[in-house]
Design a protein around this ligand. Structure first.
Ligand code: NAP
Ligand code: F7E
Length: 352
């Protein structure tokens, strides 16, 4: 039986990865922060599994990382913990650098110590990101594309990328970077644009909200499904040799396209007023009401305009390919948020 330690286990990716590894017969230790509320909605259903255990820690606390490693003695570590919100990283840049950047060298040093103490070999996955490409210097972006991060988040992850590669090259550690493009799901955090849209469209459909306030509708992202991407993480750690891989769908869409598709799936007819920037609105053509307005407070100090990934290396060397593409992703997220809201409003049987 293999053992894995997952940081960021309470997050979107961590919860899917935990389910995936448990289904493969792993013992999984989840590294969790102390929080004032015990509820961890994404992993709460997993506590009945005897192969799933939690260990307290924080990426900003070296001793807790070392203790977690000594307790779990994992074969594989998936470092998914991070302050993962790009816009918020402009508001808490120093903390973001500490958790997302320095946190990774704390983890790598702890691995070195435990390997030295015990002779055990530990494989390490680092959650790198397409935000490294930022103001992209080529389209599509692949493993050889130069980086140009545009936020404190991206810059902290740049340090994390290079320190992971450096420890691989310096100490022969089995350490991989997964350079993952945006991946979403019904478990996506509620303040990322896709989930914000699907939650709000569901509310408008149920008549409990009137309007969504968004920022830049013209940014383009390569959006895949989180379930597909966590399998790619695992595949990286099963290879004979460690390396870095891009995971992406190879297709991109604007926030505007996501928005229009979400309303279409929900059966609400909308049309833009055709104005530009903060004056643009989307109007419901059946009622004449404004259902989307622009709020400039959601604009970022520096924006990443276009991301598009080329996952050829992962396809060739890992046999990885995404199963869920854009339209199915939007549909799954809208359906899930409609169901969730109806349960909240009308009880466990959903809408009567
Ligand atoms: P997420 O839902 O925001 O989850 C982040 C996780 O990190 C949560 O479990 C959070 O714990 C934990 N965490 C935050 N700071 C921590 C700290 N100081 N110590 C310990 N745990 C901490 O993120 P996600 O979407 O699953 O993404 C997973 C990872 O992939 C992140 O590193 C993210 O930056 C990276 N990434 C994501 C995408 C994407 O599109 N989703 C793409 C590329 C890379 P709490 O529950 O206590 O807050
Ligand atoms: O923004 C625009 C916004 O916050 C996407 C993280 O998982 O993926 C994620 O980062 C786009 C941006 O994700 C709103 O300006 C418009 O252009 O959903 P997002 P992100 O910044 O791409 C990468 C790969 C990661 O690594 C990160 O951890 O949407 N946008 N209006 C908005 N964005 C938000 N959040 N809210 C809005 O109202």
């Amino acid at each position: 039986m293999k053992t894995a330690l997952i940081t960021g286990v309470t997050g979107q990716d961590g919860s899917y990865l935990t389910e995936f590894l448990l289904s493969k017969g792993y013992k999984v230790y989840g590294f969790v922060r102390r929080t004032s509320e015990m509820k961890r909605a994404r992993i709460d259903p997993l506590h009945s599994n005897p192969n799933f255990k939690l260990v307290y820690g924080d990426l900003c606390d070296s001793s807790s990382i070392l203790n977690a490693l000594r307790k779990a003695m994992p074969d594989e570590i998936y470092n998914l913990a991070a302050q993962s919100h790009v816009k918020i990283s402009f508001e808490i840049p120093e903390y973001t650098a500490d958790a997302n950047g320095v946190g990774v060298v704390r983890m790598l040093e702890a691995i070195r110590r435990v390997e030295e103490e015990t002779g055990k070999k530990i494989r390490f996955y680092q959650a790198s990101t397409s935000e490294l490409y930022g103001k992209a210097v080529e389209i599509p972006q692949k493993e050889t594309t130069s980086f140009y991060p545009r936020s404190p988040y991206g810059i902290a992850k740049l340090y994390a990328f290079w320190i992971t590669k450096n420890y691989r090259e310096s100490y022969g550690m089995f350490a991989c970077n997964g350079i993952l493009f945006n991946h979403e799901s019904p478990r996506r955090g509620e303040n990322f644009v896709t989930r914000k849209i699907t939650i709000e469209v569901a509310k408008i459909k149920e008549g409990i909200s009137k309007c969504i306030y968004l920022g830049n509708l013209d940014a383009k992202r390569d959006w895949g499904h989180a379930k597909d991407y966590i399998e790619g993480m695992w595949l990286m750690l099963q290879k004979e040799k460690p390396d870095d891989y891009v995971l992406a769908t190879g297709e991109n869409h604007s926030v505007r396209e996501f928005l229009e598709e979400a309303f279409r799936v929900a059966g609400i007819p909308i049309k833009s007023n055709g104005k530009k920037g903060i004056h643009e609105e989307y109007i419901r053509t059946d009622t004449g009401e404004a259902v989307v307005k622009i709020d400039p407070s959601y604009y970022r100090p520096a924006e990443v305009d276009v991301l598009l990934g080329d996952p050829s290396k992962a396809k060739k060397e890992l046999g990885w390919k995404p199963k869920v593409m854009f339209r199915d992703l939007v549909k799954e997220m809208i359906d899930a948020d409609m169901k969730l809201l109806q349960k909240e409003l009308y009880g466990s049987k959903g809408r009567r």
